[in-house]
Design a protein around this ligand. Sequence first.
Ligand code: GUN
Length: 283
Amino acid sequence: MIISGKELSAKLKAEMAEQVATFPAKYGRVPHLTVVLVGDDPASVSYVTGKAKASEVVGIRNTTIRRPADISEEELLGLIRDLNADDTVDGILVQLPLPGHISEPKVIEAISRDKDVDGFHPLNVAALWQKQPCILPCTPKGIIRMLKTAGVEIRGKRAVVIGRSNIVGLPVAKLLLDENATVTVAHSKTADLPSVTRQADILVVAIGRPRFVTADMVSEGAAVIDVGVNRDPVTGKLCGDVDFAAVEPKASVITPVPGGVGPMTICCLMENTIECFLKKMER
Ligand code: GUN
């Protein structure tokens, strides 16, 4: 079975739209997400456009602020300070990656924790690892949602995550652990990776290499979640980290690229924006 993140996210966004439609009467306004895009990397432009489109569908106010790639770190931090202080802004997202002269950790830390819709702020990350209330990072949250919706039992299962980034690998491993899976985090330096991945009931791949996971790496009946967004070196088309055509017949469920994890990430960003808004309104 192919898990369509596109369909699931459309359903969830429609439900959020109904909820958001009640907000003007209750709170006098709708949630407001501000997205900051530095430079004009085509992939980042496309992600930011997707976030603006989803906001429109859900009825969230979206402001996209574009700045040139040569903006100074100081100026970007100043912009974030202004957005933190702006009471009409509920969520702040700075699209990553940033140009090399700007420190990403500094920028992430500058965003007010209460407006950190990405869930990247160190205080949010710490809260996640300490099982305290926090904003869940969008991609890991979307992955768990997809598994649950597809009826995949997580409890007691063996999960293997390939990739250990702060954005996906580490937090998704933590969320799977919290769902009572037994989790192995593998990576590009893992010895005999196929013997590790073949143990997986649930395989999450976030390594950023086109068609990295081949059929021999997947056990019959595994649930396969492909977080990769790559360009096929031959065709130039979008492709995942999993050789979909080869792995799909073995998997019990699998996510496609495009139309899998990506739309769920944006959907969870909408959820997080509403969550930040409601927390503020109910304070
Ligand atoms: N770049 C790639 N994915 C993400 C994301 O989820 N959030 C931000 N801010 N930048 C990204």
